[in-house]
Design a protein. Structure first.
Length: 107
């Protein structure tokens, strides 16, 4: 199971010796598609593409590529706050909760 192998407990330390929030998030998110790789074409239509999360068909102009995992997602599967897909946003939220608990409440 991929998520068990990439958990926070099994991570390797940052090569620079830093254990930043961003490096922990990047370690837990597998890259599904390299940046710039095209989305999957919808086999039922001629010029539409599939959202990687909901598998709905959209024109290319409506899809966005996630900066963390590389998935192509539709507007309903996109988190505008961080410019990432909803899947990566869930992982990010879990890390933010753990980070806030470790660092204490905001003042």
């Amino acid at each position: 199971m991929l998520w068990k192998n990439r958990s926070a407990r099994n991570k390797k330390p940052d090569p620079r010796g830093e254990d930043t929030l961003f490096s922990r998030i990047r370690a837990d998110i597998p890259v599904m598609r390299p940046q710039g790789a095209p989305p999957e074409k919808d086999p039922a239509t001629f010029s539409r593409f599939q959202c990687d999360l909901c598998n709905s068909s959209f024109p290319l102009q409506e899809l966005r590529q996630c900066t963390l995992c590389g998935r192509w997602v539709c507007p309903s599967c996109w988190t505008e706050e961080y410019y990432i897909c909803n899947s990566c946003n869930g992982i990010l939220r879990l890390h933010l909760i753990a980070y806030q608990q470790k660092s204490g409440p905001r003042k």
